[in-house]
Design a protein around this ligand. Structure first.
Ligand code: ARG
Length: 499
């Protein structure tokens, strides 16, 4: 379908071909098509309410929008020579409705339209991302439960430091992801207000009911309160980009850990066939490409954050065409973030830990040296001296090629005179782990308790985002939100179709 430019009246020459192609945004904003249909419907209601079109006209518009939406859901989005998604939707409405379709842009601008479309679209994507974060958390909690008491070496500086459990390692990522989840909810709460009715920059000149518009489009915080800000600000784009960059940054750490764990050097886990690839040359290879690609995608998503920040930096108020690029930067990053979350869950699922080897490795390399110092503290030695004594004992053990608990009695008497009994039991892996019995500690009992706590939390998440209740606490009594009004965990508006 083709049509006139929306803005052609003052122009007699055609656009330069190269520039026409350059300014075209349809390939980047076509995904806003369903959001744009929603804003068109809401705007038509506002126009009917303001007496610009009749109630019968509104019925015709509503029916047409429903038909177009149905057709696009069924047959896929159309191709078009329209310069952007707003022109595309208008072309379709004018084709069906004639003059009535040509009335719908009354009082509105693509500036308030695109700001509204983008918020609607992102609201859905944020819902999708939250669900995917929750899904990955669930997978990690299950893995943690399975391995709550299975020891593995814990690292600092990538040097063996103290034993932890595999479950404890899993739950560390659940903590990070739960903060990422909150960040997404928090970002949503800040952009959950309706720009429609802001016009190009100064506000609509028709008496549209903006509260009704916001309610119709299910924005929880009512209409935006300044038309310049509403049409020209994209801080929410940056915030969503940051939330994506942060979550994938965290995933890149999980990916890196698992790449190492799967290495021949560590051999802590092996990835199943569904998430491994081979080499075209080296027949023996099994490569952890799934997590490597997550690690790599994180770089691109970080780039999107930089792009969105740079895009808005120093832009004068109000709207500038540069802003068109926000979609090109952010939307692929949002989609990639979601893919990373889904693939990470699959990779974790297919990561089989070698619990015997992990335990054996946790028992080697003096990961219990701190505990030896602690035993001396219990025997009355000041920690600083205990640290020095334990260090000397490690040196001796290294020289003799034994673990601390296997130091010959003689060496123990010489270096650790304050300790009478044998060390085998008190320095065993089980004892060392069990001692980490504080909130947040690696003791198996604590890890099990955390698994339980997370199970309750996950069940609560599955019921809906309660946190939004606080984050969007209404200041204006006119917008008294009820819990029931808050968005469900599912994406609400039918699109994105294939997130
Ligand atoms: N495609 C533009 C964007 O995404 C919206 C159109 C606004 N165009 C304009 N000339 N004011 O920001």
């Amino acid at each position: 379908m083709s049509g006139e430019k929306m803005w052609g009246a003052r122009f007699s020459e055609e656009l330069d071909e190269r520039f026409a192609e350059f300014q075209d945004s349809l390939r980047h904003d076509l995904s806003l098509a369903f959001a744009d249909l929603d804003t068109n419907l809401a705007w038509s209601e506002a126009l009917a309410d303001a007496g610009v079109i009749s109630e019968q006209d509104l019925d015709r518009v509503a029916q047409t929008i429903e038909d177009v939406s149905e057709a696009w859901h069924r047959d896929g989005l159309p191709t078009s020579d329209a310069e952007d998604v707003h022109s595309l939707v208008e072309q379709h409405l004018v084709a069906e409705l004639g003059d009535l379709g040509r009335r719908l842009h009354t009082g509105r601008s693509r500036n308030d339209q695109v700001a509204t479309d983008m918020r609607l679209h992102l609201r859905q994507w944020v819902g999708v991302l939250i669900e995917s974060v929750e899904g990955l958390c669930m997978t990690l909690v299950e893995k943690a439960e399975q391995h709550s008491a299975d020891p593995m070496p814990g690292y600092t500086h990538l040097q063996r430091a103290q034993p932890v459990t595999i479950g404890h390692h899993c739950l560390a990522y659940v903590e990070m992801l739960s903060r990422d989840r909150t960040r997404l909810i928090d970002a949503l709460a800040r952009f959950d207000s309706c720009p429609l009715g802001s016009g190009a920059l100064a506000g609509a000149a028709f008496p549209v009911d903006r509260d009704a518009l916001a309610a119709q489009l299910e924005f929880q915080n009512g209409p935006t309160r300044n038309s310049l800000d509403a049409t020209a600000s994209r801080d929410y784009v940056c915030e969503v980009a940051f939330a994506c960059a942060m979550v994938t940054n965290n995933l890149s750490r999980l990916a890196e850990d698992y790449v190492f764990f799967a290495s021949h050097e560590a051999q802590f886990l092996s990835f199943g066939d569904p998430v491994s690839t081979g080499s075209s040359l080296m027949p023996q290879k099994r490569n952890p490409d799934a997590v490597e690609l997550i690690r790599g995608r994180a770089a691109l998503i970080q780039g999107a954050l930089q792009a969105t920040l740079s895009l808005v930096k120093s832009q004068p108020l109000g709207y500038n065409r540069d802003l068109q690029h926000d979609k090109e930067a952010l939307l692929p990053a949002v989609e990639a973030t979601n893919q990373c979350l889904l693939v990470a869950a699959t990779a974790v699922e297919h990561a089989a830990f070698d619990v015997e080897r992990c335990a054996a490795q946790a028992a080697r390399g003096y990961l219990n040296a701190t505990d030896l110092a602690d035993l001396l503290v219990h025997a009355g030695v000041p920690f600083r001296d205990a640290h020095a004594q334990a260090g000397a004992a490690v040196n001796r053990a290294v020289a003799l090629g034994v673990e601390l608990q296997d130091l010959p009695l003689e060496a123990q008497r010489e270096l650790l005179p304050q300790l009478s009994e044998g060390l085998a039991e008190s320095l065993s892996l089980e004892a060392v782990l069990a001692r980490r019995d504080v909130v947040g500690g690696a003791a198996p009992a604590r890890v099990r308790a955390e698994v339980e706590r997370w199970r309750v939390q996950l069940a609560e998440w599955a019921e809906g985002y309660h946190e939004l209740d606080d984050l969007t606490a209404p200041e204006d009594p006119d917008h008294d939100l009820q819990n029931d009004d808050l968005p469900a965990a599912e994406p609400r508006l039918g699109d994105p179709e294939d997130p």
